[in-house]
Design a protein around this ligand. Structure first.
Ligand code: MN
Length: 249
């Protein structure tokens, strides 16, 4: 009997946006390839920031519809697609999920792969040294704030999202490079609390495999890359262990 393997792909930080058609094209090519290769079981994990911004499922526009159709096509092909919120698309709601056939995971989520306990997360929660961002996060993840925001007219929501983006761009430039990365103690605490073997996350746009030694045991933290017009560094875990692959556009 042939052993059936599950093909698993992990991606994050596509930041899909109408103004960056090259990235959308790379995503389309990637999705079509997965559908083509889907002879066994395939799972796609999107670990946040699929979109550059999301102001509510009721904001209807041709670009979002195009992406929704693409995502529905992969779900309909039998590939299981999972998603967890990023810091830019946490307002994705049930309408979007049902239209695309995507399953929402709680962030962080625990998976068992090849007998290993794996934690997947967007990663922004571990950037504890960025106090301004953590304060902002607490505000916008509050259900009351979200309810109020989503009740505003679309035009008003677009305006607020635009202003937040400008402010974030500016503050990123002002901040020291280090504080935008994950906090080492936060990472260690997560390994300790969850007894996981490895972690996969995005957000920092610094693709890398980090080795962490705790109490004489070695653990791994895999960081996914963001998508650019040239390439995207993602993880393919179809064999024994996670492998980085570089999708060239
Ligand atoms: Mn992010």
């Amino acid at each position: 009997m042939e052993l059936l393997t599950v093909n698993r792909y992990f991606i994050s930080d596509l930041h899909l946006d109408e103004s960056k058609p090259e990235i959308t094209r790379l995503f389309q090519t990637f999705i079509k390839q997965i559908i083509k290769d889907n002879v066994n079981e395939t799972e796609l994990y999107i670990l946040g920031d699929l979109f550059e911004s999301w102001i509510g499922d009721d904001y209807d526009n041709p670009f979002h519809n195009e992406i929704k159709l693409l995502l529905a096509s992969i779900s309909n092909s039998g590939v299981k697609v999972f998603f967890l919120f990023g810091n830019r698309d946490f307002l994705i709601g049930n309408t979007f999920l049902s239209e695309t056939g995507i399953e929402l995971l709680k962030d962080p989520a625990l998976l068992t792969i090849n007998e290993k306990l794996v934690l997947v997360t967007h990663g922004d929660q571990m950037c504890l040294d960025d106090h301004d961002y953590q304060n902002f996060r607490t505000m916008v993840r509050n259900p009351e704030w979200q309810k109020e925001f989503l009740s505003l007219p679309i035009s008003k929501r677009l305006k607020i999202a635009g202003e937040a983006k400008d402010a974030s761009k500016q503050s990123k430039q002002e901040k020291v490079f280090e504080i935008m990365d994950v906090n080492d103690q936060a990472v260690e605490a997560i390994f300790d609390e969850n007894q996981i073997d490895l972690m996969i996350h995005g957000h920092t746009h610094r693709p890398m495999k980090h080795e962490i030694v705790l109490d004489g045991k070695t653990f791994y933290r895999y960081v996914l890359g963001d998508w650019t017009e040239n390439n995207a560094i993602i993880i393919d875990w179809s064999n024994d262990s996670p492998q980085f692959i570089d999708l060239i556009n």
